[in-house]
Design a protein around this ligand. Structure first.
Ligand code: 5U1
Length: 674
């Protein structure tokens, strides 16, 4: 049936799509399934094809329509885009407030807006009568480049403002950035296609906005978050900065979800510390916190000095990237024999710690980076992630820089190194003959999420293997006090404590034990699925590859690894020795995953739990079949809120999710376990 539309219906359809865009890209709260959104979009495109005379630049269909440019044109910022002064210590932040109070000649407590400083690219967006008319880079603050075509492609930038009451002319300023997940995904794809990946999300955002063809920008996962208004004509905005942002949010812009208002500079320092601790959990990169005097009349009274306002400051986090020299490359042998090239670096302070080693991943990565010993390299350390060499400063390459060659024999046991076709990783073929692999296997066995043997750390394992006291994981349960106390830095007391910890660790669970065995590709979650599915180690040991495939998340490769592991007589022998030594666990009824009480449910844990650690709560939930996620979304079934829960709790409330406190959680756990 051919349906005809009039102009009014078209406008209603555009309005409806704009609302869905806003809910999806700005509020993170979609109200219709993707398929419905696609259907509306196709309907819009069909009408506009039939009536090209009705097409307007603010139509949601016009985000990626434009042709490539040959160059960007220059624009002048009517109000300069200022930069921010930086603070690098609490003292510098205290000085900032002292200067403000001196200038205001007042000691009254000051209200500050606190916002994460996104690590992206500053942009200016101009709206006339509620329609997006121009978007530009910051440039030198006075002149920027017209990148309207590219900015139009970013779904969180409204082409038409929502609601009403906006000034006739409104300039909105903010940051375009690439969220961490989008960046990782983009780089994964680039590497798979043999293309050059981006060094960090900021470069990715910059590179994406610099494209002359907006169709390329449209494919990049960019977001825009606003942080101030610029030019305003024929209209008024509120007189507090945070209220301005709330108003912009209502008109269709993303504002930072961590924004907060505090009183006094000590509270700013507190905010800085708290957000610093949460930095890794945010879905975007930040490089500091911006503090702004919240009252706009006070901002005006304070004014500017050179190109930065006196009323704002960016308190930077320690840099996550620094330059240093590559002194050498060593090849380390992992638990499964994987050979990892490790860069030995001139020590450098980065990401808050001194770094002297960084991973180079594998030979492909060395070739991709074209890195040589003696090169100046850029090292990145973000959060808890292992430091990485991300690029080489070729301009500083010395004449005698040495090409890195991959060894053909294991640096520890001299066995042959082989690389399977199609695999990036090369491995030592020495197996348990290789002391490096044995050490790693023992370290894994003793680790917290495996047998959790307190006091059996990396150095002690190295010493035990080097001294010939331990060859396999089973040997650690035969250690005697007099052997241990002879080791360097190991007195009678420590030896005694270790023996007690070994005894305690013998009482374990089947999933921990399976994980501790260190079977290739069998992580905690797979070990748990195996334990739940089969209920006993004997059944896991004797399971065929085919029956292993019926366990959730186990594919043919993992099934093969498990099967191969249990076919090796020496592995079975070690398991028997461990059981003879007294390692035991309660035998369970097999519980196929589909029958677990929390199967298909997603939990988020937030705040401080008083009666158990987060890891324990997570393990309990996973054992009952639940998925534990780090972020709240419409897909979350339960939020477990401990004390001092923050933004996740607020978000869960706004999404009207089921929220339970710790007491209720513990009560529910016993019900679910029953
Ligand atoms: N969050 C935030 N980032 N940022 C950058 N606020 C903010 N304010 C800025 C800049 C350059 O400038 C103000 C002077 C508006």
């Amino acid at each position: 049936m051919i349906q005809t539309y009039n102009r009014k219906q078209l406008e209603q359809l555009k309005e409806e799509i704009n609302q869905h865009n806003y809910r999806y890209y700005v509020l993170d709260d979609p109200s219709v399934p993707d398929a419905e959104y696609d259907r509306l979009m196709r309907q819009l495109q069909a009408i506009e094809t039939e009536h090209p005379e009705w097409l307007t630049p603010d139509s949601p269909s016009q985000r990626i329509g434009a042709n490539p440019l040959s160059a960007f044109s220059e624009i002048v910022h009517q109000i300069p885009m200022l930069s921010l002064d930086n603070a690098f210590s609490d003292e510098e932040l205290l000085d900032f407030e002292r200067r403000i109070k001196e200038r205001l000649k007042s000691d009254a407590e000051i209200e500050y807006a606190c916002e994460p400083k996104l690590d992206g690219i500053a942009v200016s967006l101009l709206y006339r009568d509620g329609l997006f008319v121009q978007g530009a880079t910051r440039g030198d603050g006075y002149r920027g480049e017209d990148i309207s075509q590219n900015l139009r492609t970013i779904p969180s930038i409204p082409l038409k403002l929502i609601g009403e009451g906006w000034p006739r002319i409104l300039e909105v300023r903010g940051e375009v950035y690439m969220p961490k997940k989008g960046f990782e995904e983009f780089n994964r794809r680039a590497l798979a296609a043999d293309e050059k990946p981006f060094v960090n999300p900021r470069n990715a955002a910059a590179g994406s906005l610099r494209q002359l063809d907006p169709k390329i920008t449209a494919k990049r996962p960019l977001e825009m978050c606003c942080y101030s208004a610029g030019l305003v004509e024929d209209g008024e905005l509120p007189d507090r900065h945070t209220q301005v942002l709330q108003q912009l949010h209502q008109w269709g812009f993303r504002v930072n979800d961590q924004m907060s208002v505090v009183r006094g500079i000590d509270a700013c320092i507190n905010y800085y510390r708290q957000l610093g601790n949460k930095r890794d959990q945010l879905h975007y990169e930040i490089d500091g916190i911006v503090f702004k005097v919240n009252s706009l009349p006070l901002q005006q009274a304070l004014g500017f000095v050179s190109r930065a306002p006196r009323w704002a400051i960016a308190y930077k986090f320690p840099a996550q990237e620094e330059m240093t020299r590559l002194l050498d490359v060593e090849f380390q042998v992992g638990r499964t024999g994987a050979i990892t090239p490790v860069a030995r670096l001139q020590p450098v302070f980065v990401g808050g710690v001194t770094v002297s080693n960084a991973t180079l991943h594998n030979m492909d990565e060395i070739e991709r980076l074209d890195v040589r010993v003696g090169d100046t390299v850029i090292v990145r350390r973000a959060g808890d992630v292992i430091p990485q060499v991300v690029s080489v400063v070729l301009a500083q390459r010395p004449d005698d820089a040495e090409v890195i060659s991959f060894p053909s024999r294991c640096p520890v046991c001299d066995s042959e190194i082989l690389r399977n076709i199609g695999e990036a990783v090369a491995r030592c073929t020495g197996g348990l003959y290789c002391s490096a692999q044995r050490k790693q296997a023992i370290k894994h066995f003793a680790s917290r999420k495996a047998m959790d043997i307190e006091g059996l750390g990396d150095k002690l394992v190295d010493a035990l293997v080097d001294e010939g006291l331990v060859e396999t994981v089973a040997d650690i349960f035969n250690l005697r006090s007099e052997q241990l106390s002879k080791l360097e830095r190991m007195g009678d007391k420590s030896a005694d404590n270790l023996l007690k910890a070994l005894e305690k660790s013998k009482k374990t669970s089947l999933n921990r034990f399976i994980y501790a065995l260190g079977i290739r590709e069998v992580g905690e979650a797979t070990a748990l699925n195996l334990a739940n599915h089969f209920g006993s180690l004997e059944k896991v040991q004797t399971a065929s590859e085919e029956s292993l495939l019926s366990v959730p998340d186990i594919g043919p490769i993992v099934a093969k690894h498990i099967n191969t592991f249990f076919q090796q007589p020496h592995n079975l022998d070690i398991i028997a020795q461990l059981r003879t030594a007294g390692v035991h666990w309660p035998e369970n009824e097999p519980r196929p995953v589909a029958e677990l009480p929390l199967q298909g449910k997603t939990f988020v844990l937030t705040g401080t739990l008083e009666r158990m650690t987060r890891d324990q709560a997570k393990a309990e939930l996973q054992a009952l079949g639940a998925k534990v996620s780090g972020s709240v979304s419409a897909k979350t079934d339960y939020l477990v809120a401990g004390t001092n829960a923050g933004s996740k709790l607020s978000k869960a409330k706004s999404l009207e999710l089921e929220i339970i406190d710790e007491e209720e959680f513990i009560r529910c756990l016993s019900e679910w376990r029953a």
